[in-house]
Design a protein around this ligand. Sequence first.
Ligand code: ATP
Ligand code: MG
Length: 257
Amino acid sequence: MVEAFAVASGKGGTGKTTTTLALGMALAKEYDVTVIDADTGMANLLFHAGLDDVEVTLHDLLVTDTDIAISEAVYERFGMSVIPCGTSLTAFAAADPAQLRAVVSTLATETDIILLDSPAAIGSKSAVLPIILADRIIVVVQPTVPSLSDGLKVQEYAHSYKTETAGVIFNRVRQDESVATIAEQASRYFGGPILAHVPERDVVRAARRQGEPLLAHAPDDIAASAFREAAASLEINDKTANAVANRFKSAVIPEQP
Ligand SMILES: Nc1ncnc2c1ncn2[C@@H]1O[C@H](COP(=O)(O)OP(=O)(O)OP(=O)(O)O)[C@@H](O)[C@H]1O
Ligand SMILES: [Mg+2]
């Protein structure tokens, strides 16, 4: 059983990477979870997961004809399998984003759930690929009209590739923000449920500074609970691993996004 989710937003800094690791840790209580930093141009998951000193990363797997095995870039951390991506621009230039398809399709046969931390924009092949490859997207937005509108653009793009919406997470919600109206609008326009409202909390930034996912750094914080609620309300679809792997193999990668 396997399903691949792209954690996407539109705008940068909404909390995709934080969300990817939080959902990953929560889902790992029940499933075998693999988290991939598919933000290959501006990778930062490695900093959130204390993996900034590792040798082999996704970049090494994306080089055409590489002889590096996928397993060399997989790190067992916080109950999950984590594939970080490096931050070198030279490595990014040498990487062929289309190879991500092969990496994901191989991993699909070995894990229950794949979470792809996705880039903010949809302006290039490397940026759109996670959304095209995923079965469904989880949209992370801040409760503001510009953020929602960007999230909707990503959703529209995803739907044009038959990638459905698993749900929406409102992140960085401040206490003084009245999100009721905006949440009501969002539930009308997004093709999936609102999975959680995660508050803006200093502890989330502190976790990032410590190089630990929130659920490891402050599992009892209300932000961590909100992410666990989001994970619990995600309905995971049952699929056979081979069906998913075959879908990845045949996914059409656009020349122009
Ligand atoms: N709920 C929250 N409360 C406080 N700070 C948060 C919250 N969620 C995320 N942050 C902080 O906001 C910053 C951006 O978060 P994160 O890196 O997860 O976003 P992103 O969408 O992945 O960004 P990018 O588009 O740059 O990849 C980080 O410093 C993170 O610690
Ligand atoms: Mg990020």
